[in-house]
Design a protein around this ligand. Structure first.
Ligand code: MN
Ligand code: MN
Length: 468
């Protein structure tokens, strides 16, 4: 047997090669128990908070219970103080003041709480051949054919002419009615099935069935629509023009479930990116007085490009950090320039049924731990923040020091597509930023799959970063 310095090839490989190992082979029973407990909390959150507004409202309540108070600009806070700021009910920032001066920079964790879905148009209600519909405009990158024949619930707000606001949540309680987009029966779908998948179901075909019972009057036209408006008027006190100033989102009405005989996976809607938002949120809730001020941002609009005043491409996080800095007489730019950020977003988990789109050596896998991604983007790293080797090195040693199970992963083969996250918007503020998140299978589908071991590892990573 060939040897080098007394080592066999097996021993040398052990020493020199990068080894990948399933998380379950690296956790002891006590840790697996903790993981399961943590994921029960996650499932609860995921089933309750299906929209950005609902996530903010959940987090605001939980944060208050944990001693967070609304941030007041101009007030001085001391080490250990916990504050939060809500942006237009759709994004929330939480911070725990650290012992070090803010001029040393802050540790930011950022995730998004919006998910792909069907949004109602401004004039949604129409009747066609005596069936009542809501017209939709889909939100985010979806495979449209996946959203037909799926039970849907309606969430959001309606602002009435007098300025009052109604919160809508219908289809989640088992006694509520639900809604649905129809699809063609296979017997009559031969022409439809020949269309390319992008056109099997077209954007304008995503009409949600909302009723079929006409108002009892032989003379009236649009009797189904009239009956529906009467029901809505009775329930919410609205007229049709109130839809003009509403945000109504249709999301899958089903709940969150353990997936698999061994219950190792979580199946549910909206895991991109609430599977990162929840661990990040729990990490800041549990923060002891950190050395560096910890800032947790849960943002909106990532799925449509992060623009708008609740997206992370807007200035709201920068303004918040400016206000934190001003408290100690430090300029915003000086705080940001020394800050660090874990941009917590999901990555594509390797799917053994569709191996061709992945480059296996650089793909994340279910049960591989939290995924650290140096760069995202597409077509030659376009549209990304490419973290420096130095910062990757720093995060790598932090995770190892804290026994966090982690892996690396790129979103698919080069030139096979790609994607972006909020990382570049934070990095553009001169913050050291890297993507760290949970691998997801069937991303952007109405029902997404994650692994409990990876969710737990994400929490451990954010916890280590915040308390570093
Ligand atoms: Mn995402
Ligand atoms: Mn996404």
């Amino acid at each position: 047997m060939a040897k080098k310095d007394g080592n066999t090839a097996k021993e040398l490989k052990e020493k020199l090669f990068n080894k990948k190992k399933n998380a379950y082979l690296r956790m002891n029973d006590a840790e697996i128990k903790e993981m399961d407990k943590f994921c029960e909390g996650y499932k609860q959150f995921l089933g309750t908070a299906k929209t950005e507004r609902e996530a903010v409202s959940f987090m605001e309540k939980e944060a208050e219970k944990s001693g967070f108070v609304p941030f007041e600009k101009g007030k001085t806070y001391n080490a250990g103080d916990k504050v939060y700021y809500v942006n237009r009910e759709k994004a929330i920032i939480l911070a725990v003041i650290g012992t070090e001066p803010i001029e040393n920079g802050v540790n930011i964790v950022a995730a998004h709480i919006d998910s792909p879905r069907l949004d109602m148009k401004q004039n949604p209600l129409f009747e066609k051949d005596e069936i009542g519909y809501f017209d939709t405009h889909y939100y985010g990158g979806i495979k449209k054919y996946q959203w037909v024949t799926v039970p849907l619930s309606l969430h959001g707000v309606i602002v009435k002419a007098d300025g009052s606001k109604i919160t809508v949540n219908i289809g989640e309680d088992e006694n509520d009615p639900i809604f649905c987009v129809s699809d063609l029966l296979p017997h009559l779908a031969s022409a439809q099935m020949k269309r390319p998948a992008t056109e099997v179901v077209k954007g304008e075909d995503l009409n949600i069935i909302v009723g079929s019972r006409p108002f009892k009057d032989d003379e009236a036209s649009e009797a189904v629509k009239l009956n529906l408006m009467m029901i809505l008027n009775e329930k919410y006190g609205i007229t049709e023009s109130d839809f003009l100033s509403a945000e109504l989102e249709a999301v899958p009405a089903f709940g969150v479930r353990d997936l698999g005989f061994d219950r190792s996976l979580v199946g549910g809607y909206g895991q991109d990116d609430r599977v990162c938002a929840y661990p990040e949120f729990m990490a800041i809730l549990g923060a002891k007085t950190p050395r560096r001020t910890a800032v947790c941002v849960l943002t909106d609009k990532e799925e449509i490009g992060s623009d708008g005043n609740t997206g992370l491409n807007s200035a709201y996080m920068k303004y918040f950090i400016a206000d934190l800095g001003a408290m100690q007489g430090v300029k915003c730019r000086d705080v940001l320039s020394k800050s660090k950020c874990l941009s917590a977003d999901v990555n594509a988990a390797f799917d053994p049924t569709y191996p061709d789109v992945f480059e296996k050596n650089n793909a994340s896998v279910l049960n591989g731990g939290v995924c650290v991604t140096k760069y995202t983007g597409s077509r030659g790293k376009s549209g990304t923040s490419d973290a420096s080797a130095e910062f990757v090195g720093e995060i790598r040693s932090l995770l190892d020091k804290n026994g966090v199970i982690w892996q690396t992963g790129e979103l698919g083969k080069v030139d096979n597509g790609g994607g972006g996250t909020v990382a570049m918007y934070v990095a553009n503020l001169n913050v050291d930023t890297i993507d760290v998140g949970v691998p997801v299978m069937s991303m952007h589908a109405p029902f997404e799959i994650t692994a409990k071991a990876d969710i737990w590892a994400a929490f451990r990573a954010f916890e280590a970063f915040i308390n570093d």
